[in-house]
Design a protein around this ligand. Structure first.
Ligand code: NCD
Length: 366
C-alpha cells in the first residue's frame, strides 16, 4: 500500500489557471472546484435538475432519460466513508442509464500489490468514461484531473469530496435547495434567473475550519451579489482566511461570531454542520463545547417562520430530530435534491442537457 504524500495546495493567485485546466469551452469538464461555476452555469443546472425531476416522474419520461447515456460507464472511487453521496451519485447515474462500478476499499485493489494510486486510476480511465472520486486527501481530485489531461484518453473527473478542502457537488445541491426554499413556485417567471439571494442572511454553523461543504458553498454564493454570510463557530474552528479573502475580493458582506442565539432572528437560512473530529488526531476538539453550536426545537421560536434549515448530513446532536417535522427543515429535501442535481451535472458534462431541455419543452410546457 502506498503512503500518502501530501499534494501541495495551490494559492489563490492560481485560481484562474486552475479553472482553465479543469474547464473545456468555458464549461466544467472536470468538476473539482466550486470556483469553476459561474452564475449562468449554476442557474442552468438548477433549471435542468427541475426538468429531470419532472420528466423522470412519468414512465415514458424516465425511459427517455435512461436512453441518454446508456453508452457511457462511470467509476466511483470512494475510499472515504460515504452513504449519501455514494448513493446519490449511483441513483443519478441510474436515472440517466449510466452503468457504473465502484472501489470503496483499497485493500481490494492492486494497490496492495504495490501499484501506485495514480496507476490504479490510469487503469480505470481505460474502462470508464467518468471517474467520481471521494478521497481523504485535499487536492487529490485535482491532481487526477491534471494527470488524466496528459493521457491519450482524457475522461472527466468529478470531486465527490476531497479532504477538508472542497465538495463542489454538495454545494450545487445546497444552492439548489436554497433557491427552492427562497422563492415561491411561479408559472410565469423562469425560476432560476432572479437573484433571490440578494438581501438574504445565510448562517453557517459549527466546524467551519474542516467542513468542506461550507467552503464550497461559500465560493458558489459569491456569484450572488447582495447575499450576507454569517460564520458561527468556536474560535478554534473558524472558517479559513482563504475563503474570507475570496469573499472580500467578490464584495460579499460577511461577519464572524461564536454565538448562534444572537443572530438567529435575522437569519433567512441556517446551514448546520457536525464536528469533523475524524481530522482531529490530537483530540483537541474534545475541549470545545459544541452544544453551543446546536439547533434545538425550542430555539425555533426566535427564528423567522420562513427560515430554511439545511445540513449536509450526517448529523449528530447539533440538529435536534424534533425539528424534522417543521416546514423550516429542508435537509431531507436537500438529500433528494442532490440526486436530481447530480443527474443534471452528469447530463451537462456529457452534453445531453440540450436533449433534456428540448424534450421538456416539447412535452411539459403548455
Ligand atoms: C459531508 C461530507 O462528507 O463532507 N457529507 C456529505 O457529503 N453529505 C459532511 C460531513 O461529513 O459532515
Amino acid at each position: 500500500m502506498q503512503t500518502m504524500t501530501p499534494i501541495p495546495m495551490p494559492t489563490h493567485q492560481d485560481t484562474a489557471h486552475r479553472v482553465t485546466v479543469l474547464n473545456r469551452h468555458d464549461r466544467p469538464f472536470h468538476v473539482v472546484l466550486a470556483q469553476q461555476f459561474d452564475r449562468p452555469t449554476i442557474d442552468q443546472l438548477c433549471q435542468l435538475a427541475d426538468m429531470i425531476r419532472t420528466i423522470g416522474n412519468a414512465r415514458q419520461g424516465s425511459q427517455f432519460l435512461r436512453t441518454l447515456l446508456s453508452h457511457r460507464r462511470a467509476m466511483l472511487y470512494f475510499i472515504q466513508p460515504s452513504t449519501r453521496t455514494f448513493l446519490s451519485f449511483t441513483a443519478a447515474l441510474q436515472i440517466l442509464g449510466v452503468p457504473y462500478s465502484d472501489v470503496r476499499d483499497r485493500s481490494t485493489s492492486s494497490e496492495v500489490k504495490g501499484e501506485s494510486e495514480d496507476d490504479t486510476i490510469r487503469t480505470f480511465s481505460q474502462y470508464f468514461d467518468m471517474i467520481i472520486i471521494r478521497h481523504p486527501m485535499e487536492g487529490f481530485a485535482e491532481h487526477v484531473a491534471t494527470m488524466l489531461n496528459a493521457m491519450p484518453r482524457t475522461i472527466p473527473v468529478v470531486n465527490a469530496g476531497s479532504g477538508k478542502d472542497q465538495h463542489p457537488t454538495q454545494a450545487l445541491l445546497d444552492i439548489y435547495t436554497l433557491y427552492r426554499s427562497f422563492q415561491e413556485p411561479s408559472r410565469t417567471e423562469p425560476r432560476y434567473t432572479r437573484n433571490v439571494f440578494a438581501g438574504k442572511s445565510i448562517a453557517f454553523v459549527g466546524d467551519l475550519k474542516r467542513g468542506r461543504t461550507v467552503r464550497s458553498l461559500a465560493y458558489l454564493l459569491c456569484r450572488y451579489p447582495g447575499v450576507r454570510l454569517v460564520f458561527v463557530s468556536p474560535p478554534e474552528l473558524r472558517i479559513g482566511d482563504d475563503i474570507l479573502e475570496y469573499l472580500t475580493r467578490h464584495d460579499i458582506e460577511y461577519s464572524l461570531t461564536d454565538d448562534l442565539r444572537d443572530g438567529l432572528p435575522e437569519f433567512d437560512a441556517i446551514y448546520m454542520t457536525r464536528l469533523q473530529d475524524e481530522h482531529d488526531a490530537a483530540g483537541e476538539s474534545k475541549k470545545i463545547d459544541y452544544y453551543r453550536y446546536s439547533l434545538s426545537y425550542d430555539m425555533m421560536q426566535h427564528g423567522k417562520p420562513t427560515l430554511a434549515i439545511l445540513h449536509p448530513l450526517p448529523r449528530r446532536h447539533e440538529l435536534d430530530e424534533q425539528l424534522d417535522t417543521l416546514p423550516q427543515a429542508k435537509y431531507w429535501q436537500q438529500v433528494r435534491n442532490g440526486m436530481w442535481m447530480r443527474a443534471a451535472l452528469t447530463a451537462t458534462i456529457f452534453n445531453v442537457d440540450t436533449a433534456i431541455r428540448d424534450h421538456y419543452h416539447a412535452y411539459y410546457t403548455f
